[in-house]
Design a protein around this ligand. Structure first.
Ligand code: DQA
Length: 145
């Protein structure tokens, strides 16, 4: 399976950014873990990060041809980007939403995800492990080991 991981805005700042909330791991550390986990599951993984809404939308559109599933952490776009929500709804692929922090135990503006109603599921609050869980959910679908 081909899986595209999309890290949204400010996730390039992981490790430096509010480590008490997001942990000390950098995005490079996180991606390395994911590539390893993907190898073990025969998943062809590609990890990308963007701070731009339009770029994320175009990646989602292209995933219709280029990927079998998407794991996305939309960052703050989670809470207000109807455009990313519509992009997610426009393709016929499994999409899993991941958040490092538990968005429901933070500020009220983070309690709503406009993305969640159009994706397969959401994993929130397990740090980088959340991405691995998402990968397992996707790889498990046709894993005959
Ligand atoms: C986040 C949660 C969002 O509210 C925040 O804006 C982020 C990161 C998370 O991974 O916990 O940028 O998506």
């Amino acid at each position: 399976k081909r899986v595209l991981v999309i890290h949204g805005p400010n996730l390039n700042m992981l490790g430096k950014r509010e480590p008490e909330v997001y942990g000390g791991e950098t995005l490079t550390d996180l991606n390395e873990k994911l590539y390893k986990a993907a190898d073990q599951r025969n998943v062809q993984l590609e990890c990308r990060q963007s701070n731009y809404e339009g770029e994320i939308i175009e990646w989602i559109h292209r995933a219709e041809e280029e990927a079998d599933a998407i794991i996305i952490n939309p960052g703050a776009f989670t809470h207000y980007s109807y455009a990313i929500r519509d992009a997610a709804a426009s393709i016929n692929k499994t999409i899993i939403e991941v958040h490092l922090s538990n968005i429901y135990k933070r500020e009220t503006f983070r309690h709503e995800s406009v993305i969640a109603p159009v994706v397969a599921g959401q994993i929130s609050g397990f740090g980088s492990k959340g991405y691995i869980l998402a990968l397992e959910a996707i790889a498990g679908e046709d894993n005959n080991e």
